[in-house]
Design a protein around this ligand. Sequence first.
Ligand code: C2E
Ligand code: MG
Ligand code: MG
Length: 673
Amino acid sequence: MAVVRALGRRGRVFAVLAAVAPVPFLVGGTFLAHAYQHQAEDRSIAQGVGQATVVAQLLSNEVTFKDPGRHNGLEPAETQRLDTFAEAQIGKGTFLRLTVINPDRTVLYSSDPSGENEALGENPDTVRALAGRAGGHLVTADAGGATTAGGDRQVLSVSAPLHDPNTQAELGIVEVRLALEPIPLAVLLDRDRAAVIAAVIGLGVVHLALVRRVSRAFVQARARAAQAEHRATHDQLTGLPNLARLQERFEEALSTEGADGSGAAIVLIDLNRFQEINDALGHQNGDLLLIELAGRLSTGLREQDLVVRLGGDTFALLLPGVRERAQIESTLARVRAAIEAELTLEGLPLHVEASLGVAFGPSDGTETAVLLRRADVAMHSAKRTRTAVVYYESQQDKHDTDRLALISDLRRAIDRDELVLHFQPQVHQRDGRVHCLEALVRWQHPTRGLLGPDLFVPIAEQTGLIDGLTEWVLHRALTELRRWRITRPYLSVAVNVSARSLHDFTFPQTVQDALFQIGMDPQWLLLEITETALVTDAARAALVLGHLRLAGLRLSLDDFGQGYTSLSQLSALPFNELKIDKGFVMNMLRNRNDAAIVHLIVNLAHNLGLEVVAEGVENDEILRELVVLGCDITQGYHFSRPLPADQVLTWLTAHDGEPAETEASGGTVLREV
Ligand code: C2E
Ligand code: MG
Ligand code: MG
């Protein structure tokens, strides 16, 4: 065994093949030897037949049968002549024994009357020879050629017709026993020694070459099979195992009795804003990011844990031997830290976050597919609620089903004209009038009623439908604005722009096309960009923003105070205004810190030469406080909820007191879903 082990895989395959491969040679050789023997026998018989025919001729010349076909034996002189003939031929070794048989199949003469002759009449060769054709066969005989059961030699019994040389009359038949001298194999080998040695060496060389070739092909085939098996169970980009391996290991984990009994957690990890990174930095860099994260995820886990890539920007962890969240919280904290640690792509520092969904087996399911789906539901809940980690709970399923249904409906919503724009006025403190209205999209869903943007804008962003949505909003908002500006030519409209558009170099052209088609000057369009949109690729966003600003548009940094914009970044970006996140504004009377932040932002904006907007102004006290702080523009339910387009002019007339067309008044309340 040690020797076999020492040979290595390739050596072992070679040894086995070398041992096994000669078997077909041996089988074939044996078969050929048999065939050769048969052929040799046939050839001996053919030779014997010729010999017997010659004997028959000699005999008919030598001995004159006076009375052919007679039954009463030969005359003594005839017997005498036959004896002389037989004796001379046996002495020369022509044959071993001679027998003459009458046409009636009785024995007329035998050189060895003591030998067995009775059966000759019935011999098929006799019958054939009487019919005129010579033939023979092998018999076991004694030294004299007589057939014996225990005889030690093989002789040839050949029968040939006997004719009168003058009249050609049929005289009977001659049977001769001929010594058969088969050439033994050893003699053959000895005679052709050089040829045999050459053949054996040649065959050996061919054999070894064949075995070497076959063993190499065999080893290569094994390696290819191993590669194919690796491909089937691993992700090609990151080299991590894939779903197939997760499935296998999950089933093992549930059937293994660990210290805490069987159990396992599946954690689904989906990167946030990966699509934007891909769009902004290209797929190649997106791939590099995934490879880097795959490496990070794999470190810091226990040996029995498994990291797999399920596809795209989705990874999964299998943590065997756990049943509840307390057991994995510290692991997940480490995983998150590994993902969020800054990385550099193309020289740009990048900050990546992920949403994690967790499901436990067996409590949330015993099949991999079920547990994965539930972890996925939890992960989407994490995305929706902007929470880092969400553990599966059954009520999340409802949300998920709704979400899936919404995705398919949303694809049709734009074409079916189901989207609706509402507008919320922004009041300028310097004259108390509305100079701008923010366009806020809603979806008049055929069965669910009016849906707010939080329910479908994130889905549009994830599914790539956001570009069409933004374009639709731009056209509709500018069309409404053109109508309002007939009576109020100082009005402008604010449109919210998704982070994705900010990384798209063609976006400025899209905006300019819309302005051109509607016939609107760019200064009347304000684009609101959420602060967190600047996180992914600030450098690229800055380029797109610069382009927009150069085109004459105004830019607002929305929900300011939530994100990570550094002060130096802020001063370098071409914004016209800062919009304080409404969370601070709504809480500023109750929470001193929030009030301090609002104060700080107002001062910061003014120091940077920017206007400052406060949204979320829900009551008069907040408004008064903002006025004291010096806020330039205010927006909120205190003035108006977002209004359907056809109610805007009426509302403006009521608020700003200028003449306008007659319209119904009142805001809308969004349905809670
Ligand atoms: P946002 O741009 O910060 O819009 C302000 C949100 O605050 C609006 O919610 C508005 O209805 C709400 N709001 C205004 N005043 C008050 C107030 O006094 N109290 C309270 N509690 N809320 C107030 P809405 O319409 O649900 O929009 C939510 C977000 O959806 C928007 O936040 C914006 O980020 C996004 N969004 C809306 N329309 C669009 C759009 O056309 N495109 C894109 N990409 N995003 C949009
Ligand atoms: Mg906004
Ligand atoms: Mg906002």
